[in-house]
Design a protein around this ligand. Structure first.
Ligand SMILES: NC(=O)c1ccc[n+]([C@@H]2O[C@H](COP(=O)([O-])OP(=O)(O)OC[C@H]3O[C@@H](n4cnc5c(N)ncnc54)[C@H](O)[C@@H]3O)[C@@H](O)[C@H]2O)c1
Length: 94
């Protein structure tokens, strides 16, 4: 077996403290899983999806479950103005 001494442990390699991650489609089946795992890895997660209530509820759920940091900011990624508005709103809150 290969000698693993000296290699960082998995959680060290994927430690995301100090990073902010935007998860598009964040309230979907895959998105919500990514959001939770990323917060568990120490990231601040911004949930970007269509429905404002779903974004807010997921952020609350994640904070409650993990004690980490998440925020939901709704956006329609197919509409340029929505994305521009989202980035302005987001940069004020991140
Ligand atoms: N679930 C799987 O097992 C799986 C496997 C392989 C590939 N995929 C692909 O991965 C992607 C995500 O899969 P999923 O199962 O999480 O899908 P999902 O439908 O559960 O989630 C997609 C999310 O994207 C959001 N969304 C759609 N249009 C948007 C827009 N214009 N602006 C912002 N948000 C928008 C939806 O509201 C939804 O919450 C899809 O492209 C899917 O085809 C999924």
């Amino acid at each position: 077996m290969r000698d693993l001494k000296g290699l960082p442990k998995v959680y060290e390699r994927f430690f995301l403290a100090g990073k902010t991650v935007v998860v598009t489609g964040g309230t979907g089946i895959l998105g919500r899983l990514y959001c939770k795992r990323l917060v568990e890895a120490g990231a601040q997660v911004v949930i970007a999806d269509l429905d404002e209530d779903k974004c807010a509820r997921l952020a609350e759920e994640i904070i409650e479950e993990t004690g980490g940091w998440a925020i939901g900011i709704p956006v329609d990624l197919s509409i340029e103005d929505s994305v521009i508005g989202w980035s302005k709103k987001g940069s004020g809150q991140m």
